[in-house]
Design a protein around this ligand. Structure first.
Ligand code: PLP
Length: 444
C-alpha cells in the first residue's frame, strides 16, 4: 500500500468559493472532454478553429503598429514602448473599441469610460468586486446564467439572487418582485446581470419593447444593469438587430461587458467594460466608474497585454472598426450550423402524439448565437454526461451547471460553434440513441 500523500492545507481553510460547484463546473466539463477526446463535442462554446489564422495575427500586430505611427503620430521608440512595455491600466485600444461600438452598435462612449480587460471574465470580476461594498449587497441575475458570472460573484462574496428568464429572456414582473424581496430582507440589490442577445446557455433574446421596459424598471428601482454581449453579432436573419441596452441607455444605467473571444480570437484574452457611471470620490471629485475599475485592475492584472490588444486593434482597423464586417464568414457558418442542428432535432424527434413510447423531447429555436437547449423526460446530470461520452461518444452540457441550486434539471445545452454539419449529424444520432435508451431504461 502506498503511503498517504502528505497534506499541508485543506480546501476548508481556503476561500469558501473554492470547492463551490460554480468554480468546479468549468474544470469538470474540461476534464470530461479530455477523458473522451474521440467523442463529438456539442458541449464547447468555443469559436470554430478552422478560421484561426496565425499569419493574420502577425499582420494585425503590424497594422496596429502602423496606426500608432502613421495615424497617432507616435515616434518609433514610443510605439515600440507602447507595445512592449508595461502600459496604461485602462488599455491602449480603448479609442478603437469606442469606434467599434459607434459603428456596429450605435453606442456613443467616451474612450475614457472604457477599461480593456483580460477577457470579459476579468471585466465581470472587476465590476462585481467594485459593487460588493458590504455583506448586505447582492447581485440579481437572470437564471439560468453564465457560470463564469456565478463563479466570479462567489470569489467576491456576492450572493447571486435568481430572476426568472422565461421565454422572453427576462420576466420583468419577477425582476420587480425580486428587487422588492431583496430590499424587504434588509439587503441591497447592486445590479442585475443579463445577456439580452442569444444568452448563454438559454439562447433566448429580449425583444426591443422589453429592453425599453427593463431600462424603465431599472430607473424606477435605481438598479444598475450589467449587459453581457458576446454573441449579439451572430444573428441568423438578415433583418436589423435589436439595439443593445447600452444603445438605449440614456440614464447611465447600463454597464456594458464586451468580449473579443468569439468575434476575433479567444487566445488573445481581450475583453472590455464600458462603465460611464459618474462616481463621486471622498474629495468630491467626480470621475467614471471605469477609473475605479482600473484601480482594482492595477492590483489584479496590472494591464492587459499590449501585444494581445494590438492584435485585436489591428483586426478592428483592417475592417473599419466593424466586427460585423469582420465576421461575415463566421456568422454564416454559425447560422448554417444552428439551422442544421434544429432541422436535425426535428427529424430525429418528430412529434408523435399517438406514440406514447416515444420520448417527449423539446428544444429551443434561437434566432442566433451558439446554443440550443434540449428538454428531455428525465433529469440530466454529470453522471449521464460521463456515460454519454464513454458509451455513446457525444458530449453536451447539463443545464444544471447554469442554475445556482441543486435542483434536478431535465435539460441539456448543445453548442453549434465548434463543429461541422457532419459532426452535428453524428452527434445528434448519438444523442438520440442515448435519449431513447435512457427513456427505455427508466421505463423498464
Ligand atoms: C456570456 C459569457 N460572458 C463572458 C464570457 C467570457 O468571455 P471571455 O472569453 O472574453 O473572458 C463567456 C465565454 O464563453 C460567455 O459565454
Amino acid at each position: 500500500m502506498s503511503a498517504p500523500e502528505p497534506v499541508d492545507l485543506t480546501v476548508a481553510d481556503l476561500h469558501p468559493a473554492l470547492g463551490d460547484p460554480a468554480l468546479t463546473s468549468m474544470n469538470f466539463l474540461n476534464e470530461v472532454s479530455e477523458r473522451y477526446p474521440a467523442a463529438v463535442s456539442l458541449a464547447a462554446g468555443r469559436p470554430y478553429e478552422e478560421f484561426f489564422d496565425l499569419a493574420a495575427v502577425h499582420r494585425h500586430l503590424d497594422t496596429f503598429h502602423r496606426h500608432l505611427v502613421d495615424d497617432l503620430g507616435h515616434r518609433p521608440e514610443q510605439a515600440r514602448r507602447l507595445l512592449l512595455q508595461y502600459g496604461r491600466t485602462k488599455g491602449i485600444v480603448h479609442h478603437l473599441i469606442a469606434r467599434n461600438l459607434a459603428v456596429d452598435e450605435g453606442i456613443t462612449v467616451d474612450p475614457e469610460d472604457v477599461v480593456v480587460t483580460v477577457g470579459c471574465q476579468e471585466a465581470m470580476f472587476l465590476v462585481l468586486r467594485a459593487l460588493r461594498a458590504g455583506p448586505t449587497d447582492v447581485l440579481l441575475a437572470v437564471a439560468p446564467t453564465y457560470v463564469g458570472l456565478t463563479g466570479a460573484a462567489r470569489l467576491v462574496d456576492l450572493p447571486v439572487w435568481p430572476v426568472a428568464g422565461g421565454s422572453g429572456g427576462v420576466d420583468l414582473a419577477d425582476l420587480a418582485t425580486q428587487v422588492h424581496r431583496v430590499r424587504a430582507a434588509g439587503l441591497r440589490p447592486r445590479a442585475c446581470y443579463l445577456m439580452p442577445d442569444f444568452a448563454n446557455p438559454s439562447g433566448v433574446s429580449i425583444d426591443t419593447a422589453d429592453r425599453q421596459r427593463l431600462l424603465d424598471l431599472a430607473g424606477q428601482e435605481d438598479l444598475l444593469l450589467l449587459e453581457d454581449n458576446p454573441y449579439g453579432l451572430f444573428h441568423s436573419d438578415d433583418g436589423p438587430r435589436p439595439p443593445t441596452l447600452k444603445a438605449l441607455d440614456t440614464g447611465r444605467r447600463v454597464v456594458y461587458l464586451g468580449s473579443f473571444a468569439k468575434t476575433v480570437l479567444p487566445g488573445a484574452r481581450v475583453g472590455y467594460v464600458v462603465a460611464d457611471q459618474r462616481v463621486a470620490g471622498p474629495d468630491g471629485r467626480v470621475g467614471p466608474l471605469a477609473d475605479q475599475l482600473a484601480m482594482i485592475k492595477s492590483m489584479v492584472t496590472v494591464n492587459t497585454s499590449p501585444i494581445a490588444q494590438a492584435v485585436i486593434g489591428g483586426r478592428l482597423l483592417e475592417h473599419g472598426c466593424s466586427l460585423v464586417a469582420a465576421n461575415t464568414r463566421e456568422r454564416s457558418a454559425y447560422t448554417r450550423n444552428l439551422r442544421h442542428l434544429v432541422a436535425g432535432l426535428t427529424r430525429r424527434f418528430p412529434d408523435q402524439p399517438d406514440r406514447p413510447d416515444r420520448p417527449a423531447v423539446r428544444w429551443t429555436v434561437p434566432a442566433g448565437g451558439f446554443f440550443v437547449v434540449v428538454t428531455v423526460p428525465f433529469p440530466v446530470d454529470d453522471a449521464l454526461l460521463d456515460r454519454s461520452g464513454r458509451d455513446y461518444g457525444v458530449l453536451w452540457t447539463p443545464m444544471a451547471h447554469f442554475y445556482d441550486d441543486n435542483a434536478p434539471v431535465h435539460a441539456l445545452r448543445l453548442s453549434v460553434s465548434a463543429v461541422t454539419p457532419e459532426q452535428i449529424d453524428l452527434g445528434l444520432d448519438r444523442l438520440a440513441a442515448l435519449i431513447t435508451d435512457e427513456v427505455a431504461r427508466r421505463a423498464g
